[in-house]
Write a protein that binds this ligand. Structure first.
Ligand code: ADP
Length: 254
């Protein structure tokens, strides 16, 4: 595993200087960020051109070849009870940056996917590290300039380049996503304005008010998405009229 460090740079995030550490290859940017927490560091970003062992939710493999943007943001939030909102904040930052820089109208699928016409362009993974000090690592994966994917995800993944038929400036996207994330983190999350994050997220989410099939640990269930509650659970209205809360699962719009 190569851990060759490329460079690091700082930019102002509105509160303090933020350090961005760039690498050519890492097992995963999340793992590297965890190493930094052990050194007592926080308020930093890890970016790698390639990840050799990266994961999605439920330990599923996340394909991280060259051409994608693989970022982990390490923060020490004031409140750790509402971490789901950091996933939402990251999804909004990704969606807004894609729209601004690539002019592509991607949407957010509950809870953590960014997609374009049903094909996944990006995903978010938020991990909390709790101890004497609480850290949170928000992992962001975005398919930018890849033109091919391995057969196992070929039919469900796409990239900005495949959609727009041109390449994009990865640095520009990276900076924009990080800047937008910290804007929401500082002005909303750390000020307890979770309703504001939810409103932003709802503006860009296309899972709401749809008939869906949810696959959860308990099996598959169909219903109508009537909303999202204050803990970011999906509210599914079943045929019986009952409202079911879904905290974790995969959603397919029918
Ligand atoms: P989801 O949130 O969509 O359930 P996860 O966060 O668990 O997904 O991410 C892992 C899944 O995403 C994998 O099982 C695979 O289907 C898909 N996947 C893996 N790598 C990529 C990628 N680079 N782009 C799009 N989809 C991917």
């Amino acid at each position: 595993m190569s851990r060759m460090k490329q460079n690091s740079e700082k930019f102002y995030n509105g509160m303090s200087k933020l350090k961005i550490h760039h690498f050519k290859s890492l097992s995963s940017t999340q793992d590297k960020a965890k190493e930094y927490t052990k050194k007592g560091l926080s308020n930093l970003v890890v970016v790698s051109e390639v990840q050799t062992k990266s994961r999605g939710r439920l330990n599923r493999k996340w394909v991280s070849s060259k051409g994608g943007l693989w970022i982990s943001i390490l923060v020490k939030p004031k409140n750790i009870e509402k971490l789901q909102y950091l996933t939402f904040a990251a999804a909004v930052s990704v969606q807004k940056s894609i729209r601004k820089i690539a002019k592509i109208d991607a949407k957010i699928k509950w809870p953590n996917d960014v997609h374009y016409k049903g094909k996944k362009i990006g995903g978010i993974l938020t991990e909390g590290i709790f101890g004497k000090e609480n850290h949170v690592i928000v992992g962001i994966g975005l398919n930018v300039n890849q033109t091919k994917f391995p057969s196992e995800i070929k039919n469900l993944a796409t990239s900005l380049k495949i959609i727009a038929k041109k390449s994009f400036d990865m640095k520009k996207l990276e900076k924009n996503i990080v800047k937008d994330f910290f804007n929401i983190f500082n002005s909303c999350y750390n000020n307890g304005k979770f309703d504001k994050i939810l409103a932003l997220w709802k503006d860009h989410c296309d899972t709401l008010d749809k008939d869906v099939e949810a696959t959860t640990r308990k099996g598959k269930i169909s219903g109508f998405v009537s909303g999202v509650d204050n803990d970011c659970n999906l509210l599914l209205k079943l045929k019986t009229g009952e409202i079911m809360k879904i905290a974790e699962g995969d959603i397919k719009v029918r």
